[in-house]
Design a protein around this ligand. Structure first.
Ligand SMILES: Cc1cc2nc3c(=O)[nH]c(=O)nc-3n(C[C@H](O)[C@H](O)[C@H](O)COP(=O)(O)O)c2cc1C
Length: 402
């Protein structure tokens, strides 16, 4: 039987999850992706500008699971664009190593997979959910599953070149409520030999607004024989158990919930192992993680880029703490690691983690959009011609697409 929740001792868990039972032995299985077995069945979502090697390594130290790179454009990678190659890179200690590809051209995607496999990558994912106007307006990202044959060519080319390395795809529900594509995507993924499909249960029109539609995840699961990964609105570890139980999905993908909260992966490992999630860190402990993160970024990107990137991170790490707005303003001026250390030395280390920050949305606003597609795009959905690439490698990092 599931352990009975100690709701009275769960003051550090939001109201939504107070009564959620911990996983009981044998309730969930490791996520099977080709030869890989991932336990707990937890995947760090690919996030542009976020899931670079330093952040993946930090998350991995807290927990366990699969930690996916940000989207890497096949064009940039194949052209040996310096920055793209750096973003795709990893270190010896990262196993399994997982890379997400962005491409709308089967030849490029296949070639990139071959190169990655040669380079020792253990898993590749294909981004089919990017909702950015510039991308969909050229028929890329979330627009690709509108054309199942093109999608089939892309996935097929990747699988053929991957050998034993599992290939997965990550999609949204569709373009908008009228044009849903995830069922077709599930069918194609299965037919073309993908090892799993991840569903961000929002349409491209919804961007990141509203609540993710977990029923769509359950629907996809009921139709697919390959593993289904559920994605959307896992803010706390117990949300993952709720999603798995509500949808029957085989694993969860965690995005914004871990922004400035890499310890979420420790809590996820605990609840999947049937243990209560640990208390979140106080401000002193958060400071230590923040500085650890900053040092890792400096080591990987060099000080100027790292400190530039730390601006968004410090905002996420300090969200909800007392006087954090004033602190953030000063943190934004910082250009050297030493200054960051000096500034943070003054915080009240004993301040507990704010309950208000547990489910506070981070990373994206709540706006919606009308999705742009190429002129006449819906006239021939059987067309498999690859669209022309919409952006160059340098732009890709700023697209934040998925
Ligand atoms: C800053 C940011 C960057 C993202 N970049 C990517 C990306 O490169 N590839 C991708 O497939 N999804 C990307 N996404 C979408 C996430 O992977 C995920 O699908 C989405 O955030 C929903 O999950 P969540 O509710 O847990 O955040 C991005 C999301 C954010 C917030």
């Amino acid at each position: 039987m599931a352990s009975s929740p100690q709701s009275s001792g769960r003051s550090h868990v939001s109201e939504t999850n107070r009564e959620v039972a911990l996983a009981h032995a044998g309730e969930f299985e490791a996520l099977a992706l080709g030869p890989l077995r991932i336990w707990p069945p937890v995947v760090l979502a690919p996030m542009a500008g976020v899931t670079n090697y330093p952040f993946r390594a930090l998350c991995r130290e807290f927990g366990a699971g699969l930690y996916v790179s940000e989207m890497i454009t096949a064009r940039g990678y194949l052209n040996n664009n310096r920055r793209t190659v750096l973003l795709a890179s990893s270190r010896e200690d990262e196993r399994p190593r997982s890379v997400q590809i962005y491409s709308s051209d089967p030849r490029d995607a296949g070639e990139m997979v071959a190169r990655l496999v040669e380079d020792g990558v253990d898993h590749v994912d294909l981004n089919l959910g990017c909702p950015v106007r510039k991308v969909t307006a050229h028929g890329g990202g979330a627009a690709i599953p509108v054309k199942p044959k093109l999608l089939a060519h892309l996935v097929g080319a990747m699988v053929r070149n991957a050998g034993r390395v599992p290939v997965t795809i990550k999609v949204r529900k569709g373009i908008d409520a009228e044009l849903l594509t995830y069922r077709d995507a599930g069918r194609v993924a299965e037919e073309e030999g993908a090892s799993a499909i991840g569903l961000h249960a929002r349409t491209a029109a919804q961007l990141y607004s509203g609540e993710a539609d977990w029923e769509a995840i359950a629907d996809l699961k009921s139709r697919c024989s390959i593993p289904v990964l559920g994605n959307g609105d896992i803010w706390e570890s117990l949300d993952a158990l709720r999603m798995m139980r509500a949808t029957g999905c085989d694993g969860v993908i965690v995005g914004r919930g871990c922004l400035g909260r890499p310890w979420l992966f420790r809590e996820l490992a605990q609840v999947f192992d049937g243990r209560e999630p640990q208390l979140p860190p106080n401000l002193g402990e958060v400071r230590a993680v923040m500085l650890d993160h900053a040092r890792r970024l400096v080591e990987f990107f060099g000080e100027p880029t790292a400190l530039q990137q730390m601006r968004k991170w410090t905002a996420w790490y300090t969200k909800g703490f007392r006087n954090s707005a004033a602190l953030r303003e000063r943190l934004h001026q910082v250009t050297r690691l030493g200054e960051l250390e000096a500034l943070l030395a003054g915080v009240d280390a004993s301040e507990p983690f704010p309950a208000s920050a547990l489910r506070a949305h981070r990373g994206k606003s709540g706006r919606t959009q009308k999705v742009s597609l190429p002129q006449g795009y819906l006239d021939d959905r059987d067309d498999a011609t690859p669209p022309c690439e919409a952006f160059d490698a340098a732009e890709a990092e700023s697209l934040e697409g998925g």
